[in-house]
Structure formats: structure tokens, C-alpha cells
Design a protein around this ligand. Structure first.
Ligand code: PRT
Ligand code: ZN
Length: 298
């Protein structure tokens, strides 16, 4: 019997593609990416990567066509609501909240409008690519408005006279500003997420998913963490350790040829700022090194 392979759906080309492939590669998957191929077989693990449009990922996961998917919470929510409305299977398991793809789904009106609350939008037309998420929000707020479904260029709808307001993704806010719009309500905060089909029966695939989860968490933790090394006077060790952000159980080593100095090695789980390094120096620290960490496993 041929070995079962884990199928992972990844956005083919878009805002999540590079970061997703980067994480997978850091997890040790050898991926030979060929842009035009729908599917790539990972060389060193029983994994196949499917490159698809992000909008297709929730359905593929919910139907069990793929085992895992990397996709934005925004798309998961929208497709879930849509499928639930049509009585289709909308189950999935969120495994990891990832550290990229951050954005918010927001309602915006033109700068000329005098917006005070969502109730102001009663009877208005709101253009969006997220009709189900917006529809649910309006319903929760008891607002009856007309939803104009557009699949692109939502931000120009008010100027084009197609709508009074929009509901779209925002990250920096530059697009809204460039179109004379003001962000009034955030209806969803979103980031990229790793999702799994409702059930995986195959024991080997289940274990592979567990291993991947440990590795992905390790990659994310490593990105935030730093390895700090410095020389310090013995009598300042406690004060110095107190200064190291998020450092647990540092290693203290004797320094060759020195009775009053030691070397301190520690993993810091937070950013190490220049200010921290300056304070370390003031306490007598020297030869201070802050190094990136490639991988971590607890
Ligand atoms: O082709 P495919 O369907 O796969 O891609 P797509 O064009 O539908 O999606 P893509 O690649 O644009 O976005 C993929 C995912 O990235 C989204 O589903 C979100 O989860 C996430 N993401 C994060 C964003 C943004 N930030 C974002 N700013 N997706 C879109 N935008 C757009 C937004 O729609 C608006 O047009 O960027 C503009 C606003 O950006 P700012 O920085 O000007 O506020
Ligand atoms: Zn899309």
C-alpha cells in the first residue's frame, strides 16, 4: 500500500503566500516551488502542498479534500457563515493563530459624512466583499441596510455612487485615506490561521499534524526570542538577570582567568532594546551579544 500523504492548502499568490511558505520551510519541509503547479510533493516528508486561491481553502478543509489549510480568519468566518446559510458542512478546527496576515474587517464612511453610530447606516447601501460577515453584524446590531456585494475595488464604491459606506479589510489604513474614507467600526480582527479538517482518521497523519504543530509553534517562538550572552561582575548577577526581558533560568558560567566575572547566557522571549543593553552595561556588563534563534523546542 502506498503511504498516505498529508495535504496542506496554501494561498497560491497573495499576501499570505510568502509568509506561509517561509514557516513551512522553517519547519523543515523541503518545498520545490513551481509557481504554476497546483500541487507540490514535499521531498523529505509525506506531505503534498496545494496552491489555491485563499477563498477556496475553507471549503477544501471543511469538505476534507485537504487536511490542513493556512488562511485568514476573515475568509474562514465568511465562508463558514455562507455555507451554514446554505445548509452545507462548515466544521473545522482552528489549530494555531499565526503571527502574520493581521488586518481588520471594518465599516468605513466618507469623511464628509457625520458618523455617530452604526444606527446611522439604517437604510443605507454598504458595499463589501464580505456580505455574510457584514450581514450578521448588522443583524446583531439591529440595523437594516442594503448590502451591495462587490468582489473588488470596494473602496471606490462611495465615490462611484454605488454605496454610502463600505465594509472592507484594513491594515495600515492608507487605502481608506487615499479614497477619502474614515474607519468607523471594526467588525472583525483577523490574522492568518492554521485550520484542520474536522477529523483525521489515519493515525500516521494525525501524528504528522501533531509534529507540525510543535514545529510551527517553535518557529513562531524562535522568531520572537533572542539569545543573550554577556560578561558580568559576580556581585551584579541578580540585578542583570532582572533586566533581561522574559529570561528564565539563565546559565551562569565561570570566566577563564577571572574570579570576579562570570558569563551569563539566557534566552529572552521578548525584544531586547538598545535601552536594555545600555542598562546592562551600566551594571558592569560587557561583551554583550544578542543573537537570533533559529529553532526552539520546549
Ligand atoms: O487570489 P486570492 O483570492 O488568493 O487572493 P486575494 O486577492 O483574495 O487576497 P489577498 O492576497 O489580497 O489577501 C489574502 C489575505 O491577507 C486576506 O484574506 C487577509 O486575511 C489578509 N490581509 C491582511 C489582507 C490585508 N491585510 C489587506 N490590507 N487582505 C487584503 N488587504 C487589502 C484590503 O482589501 C484593501 O484593499 O489591502 C487594502 C487595504 O490595505 P491598507 O494597508 O491600505 O489598509
Ligand atoms: Zn481571495
Amino acid at each position: 500500500m502506498t503511504e498516505k500523504r498529508l495535504k496542506i492548502a496554501v494561498q497560491k499568490s497573495g499576501r499570505l503566500s510568502d509568509a506561509t511558505l517561509d514557516i513551512l520551510k522553517r519547519c523543515g519541509l523541503r518545498i520545490n516551488q513551481s509557481k504554476n503547479k497546483l500541487i507540490t510533493h514535499v521531498k523529505n516528508m509525506p506531505i503534498d502542498i496545494l496552491f489555491v486561491r485563499d477563498d477556496d481553502i475553507p471549503g477544501l478543509v471543511m469538505e476534507g479534500v485537504v487536511d490542513l489549510g493556512f488562511v485568514g480568519d476573515n475568509i474562514m468566518q465568511e465562508v463558514s457563515l455562507q455555507r451554514a446559510k446554505f445548509g452545507e458542512q462548515a466544521e473545522f478546527v482552528k489549530l494555531i493563530a499565526l503571527d502574520y496576515g493581521h488586518c481588520r474587517l471594518s465599516i468605513a464612511t466618507t469623511e464628509e459624512q457625520n458618523y455617530t453610530s452604526i444606527q446611522d447606516l439604517s437604510g443605507c447601501r454598504i458595499a463589501t466583499s464580505y456580505p455574510y460577515s457584514l450581514g450578521r453584524y448588522l443583524e446583531e446590531q439591529g440595523v437594516s441596510a442594503k448590502i451591495v456585494h462587490l468582489t473588488g475595488s470596494v473602496e471606490v464604491a462611495p465615490r462611484a455612487g454605488l454605496a454610502d459606506a463600505i465594509c472592507d479589510l484594513v491594515s495600515t489604513g492608507v487605502t481608506l485615506e487615499a479614497n477619502g474614507l474614515r474607519e468607523d467600526e471594526v467588525i472583525l480582527r483577523s490574522a492568518a490561521t492554521l485550520v484542520r479538517r474536522p477529523t483525521i482518521e489515519n493515525e500516521a497523519l494525525k501524528q504528522l499534524v501533531d509534529r507540525l504543530i510543535v514545529r510551527i509553534n517553535g518557529v513562531m517562538q524562535a522568531k520572537e526570542s533572542k539569545y543573550i550572552m554577556l560578561h558580568a561582575p559576580k556581585n551584579q548577577v541578580d540585578a542583570i538577570i532582572n533586566l533581561l526581558p522574559g529570561a528564565e533560568k539563565p546559565t551562569i558560567l565561570p570566566l577563564a582567568g577571572s574570579d570576579d566575572q562570570v558569563a551569563i547566557h539566557a534566552v529572552s522571549t521578548e525584544t531586547v532594546f538598545w535601552e536594555t543593553m545600555e542598562s546592562l552595561k551600566q551594571l558592569g556588563g560587557s561583551s554583550i551579544l544578542v543573537l537570533p534563534i533559529e529553532k526552539m523546542m520546549e
